[in-house]
Ligand binder design. Structure first.
Ligand code: UTP
Length: 218
């Protein structure tokens, strides 16, 4: 398969979104092969906040988050009936892809998110697209909870970077991308498609290179 790398946002593991996780798993079963990077979601946040209260340093909080992403990746892998381990590095993932034609992984090392992992994996596998399956349907021109926020269908790497760094966007705003991911995408010309997991058929349109509702960063 030469399809996209899929970055599955950890928020799909929230209790209220269980049905979308099941549907995602049902649908991905039918795909020929896949390179899937799974996020940490609520379990990562919960464990990190407990550990933070105990005074652990950021490095160790990231290590905790990585373990949560791997736990979620293991769950997806087992749900798909895969008897393979979750690779711990991009190199291991590339080797696994060669053998099994599919790979499911979580985080790799401290200091970034699973979105960055998905972009690095796309570079390593020479894939030209990452589909970010997340909890927002589009990138918006301002915080989507603010009235009058407009959907963005297409945006350049540099405009997306400006949006992230802009001070107007308050902390905690729903921004499904980070700067490191954008930088990796830009240096290798990898398109990022942002789609919501709450519309599975649309998400799989994006995965299969069809017309979809969502944002394309290129
Ligand atoms: P996520 O990448 O899932 O964080 O990893 P996120 O983007 O905040 O959450 P979702 O999944 O999109 O909802 C969870 C945490 O694990 C650590 C970071 O602390 C991150 O916030 N992590 C993850 C790493 O340090 N390195 C990695 O490669 C991945």
């Amino acid at each position: 398969m030469s399809g996209p790398v899929i970055s599955l946002g950890g928020s799909i593991f929230s209790k209220t979104d269980e049905k979308y996780l099941s549907e995602f798993i049902e649908r991905i079963k039918d795909e020929d092969g896949y390179a899937l990077v799974v996020g940490g979601g609520p379990i990562a946040r919960e464990q990190i906040s407990k550990l933070r209260m105990m005074g652990a340093k950021e490095y160790y909080l990231d290590m905790m988050g990585i373990q949560a992403t791997r736990l979620n990746a293991t769950m997806v892998s087992l749900a798909l009936g895969n008897l393979m381990d979750v690779p711990k590095s991009i190199d291991e993932a590339v080797r696994m892809m060669k053998v099994y034609k599919r790979v499911i992984m979580g985080g790799t090392e401290p200091g970034h998110t699973t979105d960055a992992v998905s972009l690095l994996l796309a570079e390593a596998l020479s894939r030209d697209t990452v589909v970010n399956v997340t909890n927002v349907d589009y990138l918006y021109d301002k915080d989507p909870t603010v009235k009058g926020a407009k959907k963005i269908k297409n945006i350049t790497y540099s405009d997306a970077t400006k949006m992230i760094t802009s001070e107007k966007r308050g902390a905690g705003a729903n921004f499904p991308l980070d700067i490191l991911s954008l930088n990796i995408a830009r240096r290798s010309g990898i398109k990022i498609k942002i789609v919501s997991f709450r519309d599975p058929s649309n998400a799989f349109k994006a995965i299969n290179g069809k017309k979809f509702e969502g944002t394309t960063v290129s």
